[in-house]
Design a protein around this ligand. Structure first.
Ligand code: CUA
Length: 173
């Protein structure tokens, strides 16, 4: 079979691009640990406020490894709580879930951005290097009040952080 010279160039170029993209995906996945901002953890959306995993909604809590966990819920048409204060320069792990429909969770000007799907817990960890007053937005259409669903994330030194029982125990030694 005769393949034209220029055709041959494009074939190899196309194949090379596919290999290059797969290499990018492989490096970002395995070497840099980049992954979608969730993990498969389910929850009964009708019982969020009775669930022990959301017993500390709105109370940033330091875990044994120094990460600060922030639990929040999304519901039509507000975040619970709609204002949270966290310290800069610390690992902040957000744990989010929805009480009703699918919402979005985006902190403007940062890399914090996930969907909040009823029945699942969305989790991601980030660090805010710059203190400030950040706008928290729902960016998934969730109903008539979607445009009004927003809150604030205030990054400030000295933000109150509770200690989990395990972290307090660690600190005692
Ligand atoms: Cu919640 Cu849009």
């Amino acid at each position: 079979m005769n393949i034209d010279f220029y055709e041959r160039i494009w074939m190899w170029t196309a194949a090379g691009i596919v290999v290059l993209f797969l290499a990018f995906v492989g490096v970002s996945t395995f070497a840099e640990g980049i992954h979608p901002p969730s993990h498969v953890e389910t929850i009964d959306p009708t019982k969020i406020f009775q669930d022990s995993r959301f017993a500390r909604i709105g109370v940033p809590t330091e875990l044994a490894d120094g990460t600060i966990e922030v639990q929040m819920a999304a519901s039509m048409f507000a975040f619970i709580p709609n204002e949270i204060r966290v310290p800069p320069g610390r690992r902040i792990r957000f744990r989010l879930t929805s009480a009703d429909v699918t919402h979005g969770f985006m902190i403007a000007g940062t890399n914090a951005n996930t969907m909040v799907v009823p029945g699942y817990i969305s989790q991601f960890t980030t660090t805010f290097d710059t203190p400030g007053d950040y706008l928290l937005l729902c960016h998934e259409f969730c109903g008539n009040g979607h445009h009004a669903m927003h809150g604030r994330v205030i990054v400030e030194a000295g933000a109150a952080v509770a200690k989990s029982a395990a972290a307090a125990h660690e600190g005692a030694h």
